[in-house]
Design a protein around this ligand. Structure first.
Ligand SMILES: Nc1ncnc2c1ncn2[C@@H]1O[C@H](COP(=O)(O)OP(=O)(O)OP(=O)(O)O)[C@@H](O)[C@H]1O
Ligand SMILES: [Mg+2]
Length: 230
């Protein structure tokens, strides 16, 4: 497993103590390669968001290991793990999580600031990312003036700031209509095919299946099924 680009090996995660203890993931083994899109499904409470948090170095497992680019990140210090996360991993959420008082451009520039404090061309780079996502005419709009699909594209532009190889998306199309949802599926698929990124999408949305290389189904914290999409 250490040779896999991104992997969890025998990972278990629980929350709470004693009688309130909830086992969110149990002995999960999964590996993810560059240039693939994995779709994670499963009922509410099955551990999908916990899995993304683990892969995204936001959580450490109680047991088992998490490997990012061959490094067992659970053996690193919190500070070292934060560096790995900032360099290699971005998140995309259902609720977009944009800063409402900042323009689209400044939201993306902020993503660059967090990742690359030395960048003198930050606003120019942010503009290029927004142009790539077809938001050239929305650079100076604040999120409240954008449609849900446009907000998600700004969030994706921000996630792409700093060029992270790993994108983790939790229900990225759940707040979007059919057309905007399909557009987001196509954009993330493009990041896999054109940039070789490793994309993991948690979604109940069946539209994702035809954009995925495989589906992983979680049930009660375990991997119930792992199927390659033909
Ligand atoms: N911070 C937390 N504190 C306590 N329990 C938690 C915490 N996060 C998750 N859990 C519990 O862990 C289990 C898995 O939760 P998780 O959020 O990973 O599920 P999910 O598959 O993402 O569900 P959903 O589809 O509703 O988003 C659930 O029983 C949940 O209540
Ligand atoms: Mg969840």
């Amino acid at each position: 497993m250490p040779n896999d680009f991104l992997a969890v090996e025998g990972a278990s995660v629980s929350f709470g103590k004693a009688q309130a203890r909830v086992c969110a993931l149990r002995d999960v083994c999964l590996a993810f390669q560059p240039g693939t899109l994995s779709l994670v499904m499963g009922p509410s409470g099955s551990g999908k968001t916990t899995l993304l948090s683990l892969l995204g170095c936001l959580l450490s497992p109680d047991d088992g290991s998490v490997f990012v680019d061959g490094v067992a990140v659970n053996r690193l210090s919190e500070a070292e793990r934060t560096v790995v996360r900032q360099k290699k991993i971005s998140f995309i959420f259902q609720a977009f999580r944009l800063f409402h008082s900042l323009s689209a451009l400044d939201n993306v520039a902020l993503g660059l600031e967090i990742r690359d404090p030395a960048a003198s061309r930050r606003r120019e780079m942010a503009r290029d990312l927004l142009l790539q996502l077809d938001l050239g005419d929305k650079l100076h709009q604040e999120p409240n003036a954008l449609s849900p699909g446009e907000k998600q594209r700004v969030a994706i532009a921000r996630a792409l700031a700093g060029n992270p190889p790993i994108l983790l998306a939790d229900e990225p199309t759940a707040s979007l209509d059919a057309e905007a949802g399909r557009n987001i599926c196509q954009i993330l698929r493009g990041q896999v095919d054109e940039q070789g990124r490793t994309v993991i999408v948690v979604s109940h949305d069946p539209r994702w299946e035809r954009f995925a290389d495989r589906t992983i189904t979680l049930c009660d914290g375990r991997v119930e099924e792992e199927v390659a999409v033909p």
